[in-house]
Design a protein around this ligand. Structure first.
Ligand code: UMF
Length: 125
């Protein structure tokens, strides 16, 4: 299936909650957003900014994606509020147990289609 903006929103957008270091955030959100079905997704980033802010990155600095090697990645010119969820080594499916880490970083996303919109989260730095 082709990556879509809807998939990107489900997995990576959380504009309404402020950056929030409650340790249960990732366990709750990874489950709620469907990333613990069948297996526990290992790494996932949520962005606490508006869709307008994230969409605008598609017109910012272009670069090669680290994961796909395609040339449709874009790095945000500003830092954004994000939360990174990382599966704990001790976690055993179906009990997907995550660490929750808040930070403010540049993000690198892939954009595609017409309109040209975010479809994949590549990295943060
Ligand atoms: N991923 C993140 O969410 N954040 C990172 O910093 C690095 C990776 O690359 C495979 C998946 O890892 C990505 O899936 C992304 F969700 C996650 O569906 P995606 O966005 O292409």
């Amino acid at each position: 299936r082709k990556p879509s903006a809807e998939e990107f929103k489900r997995q990576h957008m959380d504009p309404d909650s402020p950056p929030n270091s409650r340790p249960t955030y990732c366990n709750r959100m990874m489950r709620r957003q469907g990333m613990t079905k069948g297996s526990c997704k290992r790494v996932n980033t949520f962005v606490h900014e508006s869709w307008a802010t994230v969409k605008a990155i598609c017109s910012q600095r272009q670069m090669t994606c680290k994961t796909t090697r395609r040339n449709n990645c874009h790095k945000s010119s500003s830092t954004l509020h994000i939360t990174e969820c990382r599966l704990k080594g001790s976690s055993k499916y179906p009990n997907c147990d995550y660490t929750t880490t808040d930070s403010q970083k540049h993000i690198i996303i892939a954009c595609d289609g017409n309109p040209y919109v975010p479809v994949h989260f590549d990295a943060s730095e």
